[in-house]
Design a protein. Structure first.
Lengths: 431, 283
């Protein structure tokens, strides 16, 4: 009898144990749209769109709940396990994937995201999304293999600002973008001069962008042959140059037109001509920008149409003006980041932003920007044809970063670096 | 109900919690895994996933490295631990000390061991320091073909002690009379080992082999901690492939690779089972 009782208790314990594996650990409120993020991870502008939308949204069921995770590991495990079991958050930001170390391009391959065109087609509301109201080239970047997986809300051009006269001392910069060889030439000449100049405070990062530029994640190709080794060796020499902030030749932190004009005004103040040019890239005839505010819709979501409402709101002229700081009345170098940043994809908002930016005075409200600089910026912005993801992708975290650090720190030779980069990239692309 | 039936029922009830656990956490997922490996999305594709897997260079590389590791590391560990056990068997007084000491590598946490291995195998580490002193060039253990040697060394070091204990237990059970009889027949030391000891400890050897197979898959923790998700091509194992495809959410590839890995283990065990049945004399 005692044996039977013990065995029955054991069975009951086992069954209750299994029942504990149910939804008890689920986070978030089921009737709301959910999105995951690392604690305090959302950049101010991107998080703003969600917070503003929640304030604007009258129906609590259509609000977006941001579920925060303490660690990358926790976020990664939760997100991947849920997606694998056919669940997961409704809205998945590129920031979230980057924090979790999950590759967006591989998730696209696995069909984890919804074709937003289909959601737009199914929309029966009065205010349907008209994609021609937005920057077509930027929006086209979200179309992969004929399906629109995301609509970027903003972009940041990969530009830098320099004095034309200063630049001409070092290179014949008549291309749209600087090349990596230009950077090497500039560095060599600066070293010969033994002057107080440095190329840029970001010079350490050129080798990172050089590696990244040589990989095509969508077509799964890479090129680490030919001049790659010799260029990498030269770019390696830039290590530490960005630390000694002296006189920077290239100003690279360009998150808004206001900031670009501030740099231009600084150059024009000394009677020189401001030159806005693409950051170093492999193809000097192509101008690029980084996309910001990227959200994917989980294919498992039952709230696809509700998410479309959020997308419409984030793309609206008012919201884009708010985030980009279109309506600021005075540019203040120290606080401008909080007033607004990024370039909106909404055409009306973009136009208002550019109009406002050229009207303002810069350098503590003292200098108005020249027409030449205004025309130059408008012209070069119109020529952007390559809209890219941020370089802090899963590839860089998993494959690139440690190898590049080891190489730059002198722990591995160039041959070992290139060989490892090739084999690991090959594995990353093929697996 | 007869007493015998009652006993069966009680026994069954005792076993039931384990059966439920095994069914829920092993059998059902395994069946789901087999089914998933036959689909891409919602579409039934038959063996296409398996065919694609064998045309995938990364999978072939992972399979090749796993086979090399299994074929080299497991026999090596078995031979070394058997020889140490034989040696220790002749020093009965210090056996209890070694019994405890050999278990230490198994119980030390992986994270702390990793720190030690990084120091030992680093380009400027202990081993390279020794090699350089002897006039030998630095060996890049973390980024060359020597990585496999390093992982095999760590595997042997970590699990050797445990296997030695298992072998010594097996050796202790071999009747002394067999050795005495063999000696009277003129057998030398080598013949005693090959003709008496090895056949008599076949069940122990089989058990050690099983344990080593299990441990060989556990070595992934060390590989992961030392090299991350993307180790160099010489130590990219099937576990890396499966783990990375889990985070890529590539279910068809993940499930078909897992099935192949399990079939690979089943085949090895089956071969050894047959071998054990034929060559075991211990009964």
């Amino acid at each position: 009898m005692i044996k039977k009782v013990i065995s029955l208790i054991l069975c009951l314990l086992a069954l209750t144990g299994f029942s504990a594996c149910s939804d008890s650990t689920a986070v978030g409120t089921k009737n709301k749209i959910t999105t995951y993020t690392l604690k305090n991870w959302y950049s101010i502008s991107e998080g703003n769109s969600i917070w503003n939308y929640n304030k604007h949204c009258k129906d609590s069921d259509k609000m977006i709940e941001i579920v925060e995770f303490e660690t990358e590991e926790e976020l990664k495990n939760k997100l991947s396990t849920e997606l694998m079991s056919g669940k997961g958050p409704d809205l998945i930001s590129a920031d979230c994937l980057s924090a979790a170390g999950i590759s967006y391009e591989k998730l696209i391959d696995q069909g984890c995201f919804v074709d937003i065109n289909e959601v737009i087609k199914a929309d029966t509301s009065q205010d349907q999304l008209n994609l021609s109201d937005y920057n077509e080239k930027a929006l086209q970047s979200g179309v992969i293999n004929g399906k629109r997986y995301f609509i970027p809300f903003y972009f940041m051009p990969n530009f830098c600002v320099a004095s034309q006269q200063e630049l001409e001392k070092y290179i014949n910069a008549d291309t749209k973008s600087l090349s990596y060889n230009d950077i090497i030439k500039i560095n060599d000449k600066i070293n010969e001069e033994k002057s107080d100049k440095v190329i840029s405070s970001n010079a350490d990062g050129y080798i990172w962008s050089y590696v990244y530029d040589n990989v095509d994640f969508i077509n799964k190709t890479y090129n680490f042959d030919g001049e790659f080794s010799s260029t990498a060796e030269k770019l390696k020499e830039l290590k530490g140059t960005g630390d000694k902030i002296k006189e920077e030749l290239l100003q690279e932190f360009v998150i808004s037109p206001y900031q670009i004009y501030e740099y231009c005004a600084e150059i024009e103040k000394y009677g020189e001509t401001a030159r806005i040019i693409g950051k170093p890239s492999i193809d000097t005839d192509v101008l690029s920008a980084q996309m910001c505010g990227i959200y994917f819709i989980n294919k498992n979501s039952a709230k696809k149409q509700d998410i479309l409402e959020f997308i419409k709101y984030a793309l609206s002229e008012k919201e884009q003006n708010d985030v980009a700081g279109t309506d600021i009345e005075k540019y203040d170098n120290t606080t401008s980041y909080y007033d607004g940043s990024y370039f909106p994809v909404n055409k009306k908002s973009y136009k208002s932003l550019m109009n406002n930016a050229k009207k303002l005075k810069y350098l503590d409200d003292t200098i108005k920007i020249s027409n030449e600089s205004v025309e130059q910026l408008e012209n070069i912005l119109a020529q952007i044809s390559d809209f890219q993801f941020s370089q802090s992708t899963n590839y860089m975290t998993e494959v690139g970063s440690e190898l590049i650090s080891d190489y730059v720190d002198g722990k591995i030779s160039i041959s070992m670096f290139v060989e490892d980069l090739k084999t690991k990239t090959k594995i990353y692309m093929e697996e | 109900m007869t007493r015998k039936r009652k006993d069966y029922l009680t026994a069954f009830l005792f076993v039931l919690p384990s059966l439920i656990g095994i069914a829920i956490f092993y059998v059902v997922p395994y069946i789901i895994c087999i089914i998933k490996s036959l689909y891409i999305g919602q579409e039934f594709v038959g063996l296409i996933n398996y065919i694609q897997l064998f045309s995938n260079n990364t999978f072939i590389l992972a399979l090749k490295n796993t086979v090399i590791f299994t074929v080299v590391a497991i026999p090596l560990l078995m031979i070394i631990s058997f020889l140490i056990a034989l040696f220790l068997n002749s020093f009965k007084k210090i056996l209890s000390f070694f019994r405890s000491a050999f278990l230490i590598p198994v119980v030390v946490p992986v994270a702390s061991l990793i720190c030690v291995w990084q120091v030992v195998f680093d380009d400027y580490g202990a081993i390279n320091g020794l090699l350089n002193t002897l006039g030998i060039d630095t060996v890049e253990f973390f980024s060359s073909e020597f990585s496999m040697g390093m992982i095999i060394f760590i595997y042997v070091w970590k699990y050797c002690g445990f296997c030695v204990i298992l072998f010594t237990a097996g050796l202790a059970n071999v009747p002394k009379s067999l050795y005495e009889g063999a000696k009277l027949d003129g057998a030398n030391s080598f013949q005693l080992v090959t003709k008496v000891t090895i056949p008599m400890i076949t069940p122990t050897t089989f058990f050690v082999f099983l344990i080593e197979i299990i441990y060989s898959f556990k070595i992934f923790r060390e590989v992961f901690a030392l090299f991350g998700n993307y180790p160099n091509e010489h130590i990219y194992f099937l576990q890396n492939f499966i783990n990375n495809n889990y985070y890529n959410l590539n279910y068809p590839r993940l499930s078909s690779a897992s099935i192949i890995l399990s079939v690979f283990i089943i085949i090895i065990l089956l071969v050894f089972f047959i071998f054990e049945r034929k060559h075991s004399f211990s009964e």
